[in-house]
Design a binder for this molecule. Structure first.
Ligand SMILES: [Zn+2]
Length: 139
């Protein structure tokens, strides 16, 4: 077999693999669109962020609100989150990162293909990619 033929075969073999097998990059959230309006902080693409993380926006919102120590609402129609209080962009981004670390990404394989299950009263993050589970705090 000559090289060109070999490469062709290799290409074909690779094309048969599911795309996820080839890329194993770190999970990255889309950039949060954060705006301060008077005494409120808006996260305009909150729904997009929740969808990317495969999480219920309400669960995500609960976490943000408790982390920043504020009150807030999630507007499903507009897909945005509104927090009482003007918060720095850095604080919001750090809080989103923390949520992703604790409630989205699998600590064993680093992938975000996880679901939140309940085992009795304990919330468990179950990874669909590698099958591992870990306990997570209840929000
Ligand atoms: Zn995993």
């Amino acid at each position: 077999m000559d090289e060109a033929e070999y490469i062709k075969l290799l290409d074909h073999a690779l094309s048969q693999l599911p795309p996820d097998v080839m890329k194993h990059e770190k999970f990255v959230m889309p950039e949060a669109q954060i705006f301060i309006e008077g005494s409120k902080t808006l996260i305009k693409n909150f729904k997009v962020l929740a969808e990317k993380a495969l999480r219920d926006p309400k669960h995500f919102m609960k976490f943000i609100v408790s982390e920043v120590g504020s009150a807030g609402t999630y507007d499903d129609q507009a897909g945005r989150a509104i927090l009482s209080g003007a918060f720095t962009r850095k604080l919001i981004i750090d809080t989103i990162d923390k949520y992703v670390r604790d409630f989205v990404v699998c600590k064993t394989c680093g992938r975000p293909d996880t679901v939140i299950d309940k085992e009795g009263r304990q919330a468990v993050l179950h990874c669909k990619a590698c099958g591992s589970s870990r306990a997570i705090p209840k929000l």
